[in-house]
Each structure stands twice: as structure tokens, then as C-alpha cells.
Design a protein around this ligand. Structure first.
Ligand code: AQP
Length: 346
């Protein structure tokens, strides 16, 4: 496999209720990656419409997720911040990948099964095809690294399968046209840390999710300090004090979740947290967690509010990002079309 320029790509859907899981599993890590990599961070609005979105609300949410990126510390001068629908190469490459990906691969995707539920016949074709568009998002930039939460692991594997199959199917043209052994990198998922899978505050066996009907299941990035405090205090726990060793968190999903959240918010490990709080009752631990969460999330929520009040500024950031994103994607997709054998407009 030839060496590809290291590049990070990731995205967040503008589908409402950005929560602590999105922050710790994704956005906080996006911020950290900027020190090491060139990064593209995308508000994936084409993905959002795979389930019904009210148009005015979608517009608002696109700006709100952009505001969350900026408020959390993504620097739009350094990283490329944009929304997917402004860069047509995503949809264009998705079509070509639709002809590379196999039905059997998509039939195995667990997220589609969960999201479509029992009413599969009524799910949109887009929802089924979601992981192919995600592969196109990543590979339009030939991104080498993708920071995501654990729930996206299977989709990343599909991206790798599509890249591999494209490289194999078109190996001759790829070599002839001077791209060497492979046109697409086999992208590395970056999943990990103590908050790779933040769980619901009401049920430690369920993922914290935007679509959970109970607002008490999640901490939203827009929650004020009172709401954060209430939600943490009401979070489900068991009756035992916190253990001093990691092994003691086994079969205690709610305790494990709160310890993971504490660790991720304080840039520590679960072990560090248990060293400090092993033996503590939940009442004391939750008090410390409220203080920490309010200190870390309060300024982000306030900055988001300030930013969304100026949609002109957000739209200018997105327009600049789209132009920079397209400058990378357009030559890549032109090369893909040549590889596939299409005739270019002259
Ligand atoms: N609970 C989570 N823990 C850790 N990471 C998470 N992510 C989502 N939930 C958690 C990560 O956040 C990034 C953006 O997610 P998304 O906007 O693409 O949407 P999603 O994964 O569909 O988010 P939800 O909350 O789970 O939405 P619904 O309720 O619609 O299913 C991704 O990197 C994701 O891994």
C-alpha cells in the first residue's frame, strides 16, 4: 500500500440534541486532532435527511452543529469546517460506490436494522444507503484517519471494504493512470478513550442518543448548569459505593458510565478516577461530576448561543470551508471518473 498523506475526516449529523456522547466520543477528540493532523470536519446534512427533517429546523440545526464545532475549539482557519450538501463530490462519489458496494454488505449493517426497526419497508432508501455515503464522505478526501464513537465501527469497516474493492476492481486503470498500487487508502478508525461509547443516564446498557424520548437520558450541549445538575443527580446508579479497581465496575453499567464520563471530561483514565473516588458514595461522586460537567460544558453552551445569534458569520465559515473542501475533493473525484472510464467534458 503506497503512503497516503495523513488526513483526518469526520462528521456529525445536524439532527438535534447534540449531547455529551457526541461531544466526548467525537467533537472533543476532533479538537485534539488538530494539533497533529490536517483535519476536515463536516456537518453531514445529506445524512440527516435519511430520516424526515423539518426544513426550517434542519437549517437551524446545521448552524447549531457548526456553532458547537467552533465553540468546542475547532479552529476554522486551521481545519476545514463545512456542510456536506455544499460539496457535490460527496453525492457523486456515493453513486460510484453504490456500484462497488454489495447488497450483502449493507444487509449486515446493524444501525440500519436498529433505525428502521420493524417498519423496514417504510424506511427511506437513503437510510439503507447511509454507510455508502459515509464511505464517500471519507474517501472523497482520501482521508487516512477517522475519529468516531464506537457505534460507527461497523460503518468504518464498510468504508475499508469499499476502498479495497475499488482498488482491486480498477487495479489496472489505477496503475496505468499513475496512481501506483491503490487509489484509496484503507482508512483507520480512531475509536477509544474512556468515552468511546457514552451510555444513557437512565439505562447504562443503552447508548446515549439524540433520539431517546427521555431528555433525562442525555446531557445536551445546550443544557444550562441547573439542567446538568438535575440530570446528573437523577442519573440511575446502584446502591454500592464506587470500587477502587476497574474490575469492580464489571456488571455495573451505570457506575462504569459515570466513571467513564468523569474520566473523559477531566482528561484522565478510569483508573485515575477510581484512585480518587474509590469507596465514595454516589451522592459525593455525583456532586463532583456536576461541578466538572458544568465547568467544562457551560462555556461551550454559552459560546454556542453567542455564535448562533450571528448566522451570517456561521454561513461565511461554512462557505469558506466548502470551497477548501471542494478544492481537495474535486481533483480526487475527477481522477476516480478517469479510473472508472468516463469521458471528461473537454
Ligand atoms: N453515545 C455516544 N458515545 C460516544 N460517541 C457517540 N456518538 C454518538 N453517540 C455517541 C458519536 O458522535 C458522532 C456523531 O454522531 P452522529 O451525529 O452521526 O449521530 P448518531 O451516531 O446517530 O448520534 P445519536 O445520538 O446516536 O443519534 P440517534 O439518536 O439518531 O441514533 C459519531 O462519531 C458518533 O460515533
Amino acid at each position: 500500500m503506497p503512503a497516503f498523506k495523513e488526513l483526518v475526516f469526520s462528521g456529525v449529523q445536524p439532527t438535534g440534541n447534540l449531547h455529551l456522547g457526541n461531544y466526548l466520543g467525537a467533537i472533543k477528540r476532533f479538537v485534539a486532532m488538530q494539533a497533529q493532523f490536517d483535519c476536515l470536519y463536516c456537518v453531514v446534512d445529506l445524512h440527516a435527511i435519511t430520516v424526515w427533517q423539518d426544513p426550517a429546523e434542519l437549517t437551524r440545526q446545521i448552524r447549531e452543529v457548526t456553532a458547537a464545532f467552533l465553540a468546542a475549539g475547532i479552529d476554522p482557519a486551521r481545519s476545514v469546517v463545512f456542510n456536506q450538501s455544499q460539496v457535490p463530490q460527496h453525492a457523486e462519489l456515493a453513486w460510484i460506490f453504490n456500484c462497488v458496494a454489495r447488497l450483502g454488505w449493507l444487509n449486515r449493517m446493524t444501525q440500519f436494522k436498529e433505525k428502521a426497526g420493524k417498519d423496514r419497508e417504510n424506511a427511506s432508501v437513503g437510510l439503507y444507503d447511509y454507510p455508502v455515503l459515509m464511505a464517500a464522505d471519507i474517501l472523497a478526501y482520501r482521508a487516512t484517519h477517522v475519529p468516531v464513537g464506537e457505534d460507527q465501527k461497523q460503518h468504518l469497516e464498510l468504508t475499508r471494504d469499499i476502498a479495497q474493492k475499488f482498488n482491486n476492481d480498477f487495479a489496472g486503470a489505477i496503475a496505468e493512470q499513475g496512481h501506483g498500487e491503490a487509489f484509496f487508502p484503507i482508512t483507520e478508525p480512531l475509536i477509544g478513550g474512556p468515552a468511546a461509547r457514552v451510555m444513557s443516564l437512565r439505562d447504562g446498557t443503552k447508548k446515549m442518543s439524540k433520539s431517546d424520548p427521555s431528555d433525562y437520558s442525555r446531557i445536551n450541549l445546550t443544557d444550562d448548569s441547573d439542567a446538568i445538575a438535575q440530570k446528573v443527580r437523577k442519573a440511575k446508579t446502584d446502591a454500592e459505593p464506587l470500587p477502587s479497581e476497574i474490575a469492580g465496575l464489571e456488571k455495573r453499567p451505570e457506575a462504569d458510565n459515570l466513571v467513564g464520563i468523569f474520566a473523559a471530561l477531566s482528561d484522565a483514565t478510569r483508573e485515575d478516577v477510581l484512585r480518587d473516588y474509590g469507596g465514595a458514595q454516589f451522592s459525593a461522586f455525583k456532586g463532583a461530576l456536576v461541578d466538572l460537567a458544568v465547568a467544562k460544558l457551560g462555556p461551550i453552551g454559552a459560546e454556542m448561543q453567542r455564535l448562533v445569534a450571528d448566522p451570517g458569520h456561521i454561513d461565511a465559515v461554512l462557505a469558506d470551508g466548502a470551497a477548501r473542501a471542494e478544492a481537495i475533493a474535486a481533483p480526487n473525484i475527477a481522477a476516480v471518473k478517469d479510473i472508472v472510464g468516463f469521458v471528461r467534458r473537454r
